[in-house]
Design a protein around this ligand. Structure first.
Ligand SMILES: O=C(O)C(=O)C[C@]1(C(=O)O)C=C[C@@H](O)C=C1
Length: 297
């Protein structure tokens, strides 16, 4: 059997890679199939690899508890024709400040993924108000960017600190202790059943009640909405695509009925599948975190 190929945002050491490693380990334990990893330069390229079937599965971040939705993931999912969610994994996110320099006072710039900079903005404002904040494609690309410059620091994971042998100037710099990110394992192949279903739709006209009718269909069937998020359609200002996460499975008649009726009220309706969801615990992460790391939850 050929190995399962799992794409993730690279280079090695990103938070997304941690989730890919856990996903791969659990897949191998469950099926016996070997797993190979395929690091990609951006979230968009990771999803493209899955859509073009260059890989079997793409692991991508969807939403962070501090910073909210990851727009590029939702936009790529909407644009692709054939992508389905297989599984949701929630990772507690701990950020550390890494540098070849020794003192906070010597730093002039801090580099990281915009999500990570956003998740640490209060800490940065309080401790490094004078530095410039430089965006990177990932937390480990940030480590490559700072190189040996002792006046630059990167925000990355404790695992990246160990992998790249960098000194940690400060641990736990995320603004909220329960900071966590939801990730999806996405594939172009069929999908598994599970407790949650994600869909997205555009509405035919921007009129009063355009969103109330779809919401009523769900409420009448006692289907709980765990998230609703809008993204611009990019056709004209004020036109949106609505993403919804539902606490119900497509195998349930109440959801099948609601989805059938939803077609009347939507212009384009995409169903990204039903999937199980899991909050990763220390036991899931034990092979992928440096000694001494403890889960924030
Ligand atoms: O740069 C990384 O380490 C990533 O995995 C990306 C990413 C994101 O895009 O949300 C993933 C989790 C964290 O919330 C910060 C950054």
């Amino acid at each position: 059997m050929p190995p399962l190929v799992v794409a993730h945002l690279g280079p090695r050491g990103t938070n997304t890679e941690t989730v890919a490693l856990v996903y791969g380990e659990q897949h191998q334990e469950r099926t016996g199939q070997a797993v190979e990893f395929f690091p990609c330069p951006s979230i968009g390229k990771t999803l493209e690899a899955a859509a073009q079937r260059l890989v079997d599965v793409a692991i991508v971040p969807v939403e962070n508890s501090t910073e909210g939705g990851i727009a590029i993931t939702l936009d790529c999912l909407w644009a692709a024709e054939n992508l389905k969610i297989q599984q949701e994994l929630v990772l507690p996110i701990t950020h550390v400040l890494l540098s070849r320099g020794k003192l906070l006072a010597d730093l002039t710039k801090v580099v990281s993924h915009p999500q990570a900079l956003g998740q640490c903005q209060k800490w940065l404002g309080a401790h490094l108000p004078q530095v410039s904040l430089v965006p990177a494609n990932s937390t480990t690309e940030a480590i490559q960017i700072i190189g040996d410059d002792p006046t630059a620091a990167a925000i990355a994971s404790p695992r990246a600190a160990t992998l790249f042998d960098l000194s940690v100037l400060q641990t736990d710099i995320q603004d909220y202790p329960d900071n966590c990110t939801r990730f999806w394992a996405i594939s172009s192949e069929g999908y598994l059943a599970g407790s949650h279903t994600t869909l997205a739709f555009s509405v035919p006209r921007n009129v009063p009640g355009a969103l109330v009718a779809p919401l009523q269909l769900l409420a009448q069937r006692n289907i709980n909405l765990s998230r609703i998020e809008s993204r611009p359609t990019k056709r004209s200002l004020g036109e949106y695509v609505f993403f919804m996460d539902l606490e119900a499975s497509q195998t349930e008649p109440r959801l099948q009925e609601a989805l059938e009726k939803l077609k009347q009220y939507t212009e384009v309706l995409k169903i990204f599948g039903s999937y199980p969801t899991k909050v990763l615990q220390l036991a899931d992460l034990q092979h992928f975190h440096p000694p001494g790391w403890s889960s924030p939850s």
